[in-house]
Design a binder for this molecule. Structure first.
Ligand code: TK8
Length: 356
């Protein structure tokens, strides 16, 4: 059973949604008010505390989603579940926080899928370049059977996977010069997530990639250890990368999802009613996060331009140069990821494109 994300979100929040759109146009980087909480109070035994850690800062869309999660869970558990939020990798980066869940020293985190490919190889499908031309196509896959199967697969190794969120379309930034074609990447030292496919992408394009934790990225850019990096506009702004990067190229080269994880040790202590509450709240958080990041995307790009960043917007012909150069990556990674999964997703995307 799949329902379109936007329809699911709108039907739940109606009036507040309208307020949301009006607000976002003016207060560009200001986060919109949180929607009201809907749904009954959940009654169950026990009091619980959740420490929820993420790597991005509190001025990003991801954190705004977590604030909505906190509001839903605390309100609908009548305060019996308390949620404490830890942004900015205070409690570790994506991999460290995930290990802490497995050890039972942390209750929740929401990493990008890319740094976890070593644990869940199928996640690498999301690292394939230009897989989703539109975000709605990613929603359809993540909220559909494929996404559910991946959550089930990731509910293992001491983890319980309860939902998806949006990191978004990645854009290249660098401190050296404008990048309009793959040849402009020659010799540029680009930080990537700790992920072999991303390293392959930038090597194939002719750059000099190096894997690094997000927690170390700002300092590495500031000190010139690396020349560039790639992340969604909202993360570039919320992490202040524009202060140490003069150039950006709107590549939209990969759509990265976030995945919501719970420590299995903590999960097993929760009564079923509270497990279901966390699942509901995780779904609402993910939908809201998608909405906030998409509503603010263009305005934030404009803010970055206004802050002095030189942004290159590629023509369709220029994008095609990158796509053509990266096509072999699909062949190189077919066996590792699984040809059937790639074909299923590409077929779903083509079907969606045909219906447009
Ligand atoms: C934040 C990371 C980040 C990701 C990266 O923890 O590492 O560049 O895009 O969002 O998950």
């Amino acid at each position: 059973m799949t329902t379109t994300t936007t329809t699911r979100f709108v039907s739940v929040v109606g009036g507040a949604f309208l307020g949301l759109t009006a607000l976002s146009a003016s207060a560009a980087t200001e986060m919109p008010p949180l929607p009201d909480v809907t749904g009954d109070t959940v009654k169950a035994d026990g009091d619980f505390e959740i420490k929820f850690s993420i790597g991005t800062t509190e001025s990003g869309a991801q954190y705004r989603g977590l604030e909505y999660f906190e509001k839903i869970v605390e309100q609908r558990s009548d305060g019996h579940i308390q949620v404490a939020l830890f942004p900015g990798a205070q409690l570790g980066d994506d991999r460290q926080a995930t290990s802490a869940l497995q050890a039972g020293t942390l209750e929740m985190t929401m990493p990008s899928t890319s740094p976890l490919v070593n644990m869940f190889p199928k996640f690498a499908v999301f690292d394939l370049p230009f897989l989703f031309p539109k975000p709605e196509m990613a929603d359809a896959v993540l909220d559909g059977e494929i996404g559910q199967q991946m959550l089930d697969d990731a509910s293992s190794k001491g983890l319980v996977a309860i939902g998806w969120g949006e990191n978004g379309y990645r854009q290249l930034t660098n401190s050296q010069h404008p990048v309009e074609k793959p040849a402009d990447l020659e010799g540029l030292k680009i930080r990537t997530m700790e992920n072999e496919l991303h390293l392959d992408i930038w090597r194939t394009l002719g750059a000099n990639p190096t894997p690094m934790s997000f927690a170390e990225l700002f300092t590495a850019l500031e000190q010139g250890v690396v020349d560039g990096q790639e992340n969604p506009w909202i993360t570039i702004e919320s992490s202040k990368f524009n202060e140490v990067q003069d150039y950006a190229t709107e590549t939209n080269h990969v759509y990265t999802p976030f995945i919501t994880l719970v420590s299995a040790r903590f999960w097993d202590r929760l009564p079923e009613e509270y497990q279901q509450l966390l699942r509901d709240a995780a779904t609402k958080m993910g939908d809201y996060q998608r909405h906030v990041s998409r509503t603010l995307n263009d305005q934030i790009k404009q803010d970055l331009k206004d802050s002095g960043m030189q942004i290159t917007e590629l023509t369709p012909e220029q994008v095609k140069l990158f796509q053509d150069k990266l096509e072999p990556v699909y062949q190189d990674w077919r066996d590792e990821i699984g040809g059937e999964l790639i074909d299923d997703i590409r077929a779903q995307v083509q079907q969606a494109q045909a219906q447009q």
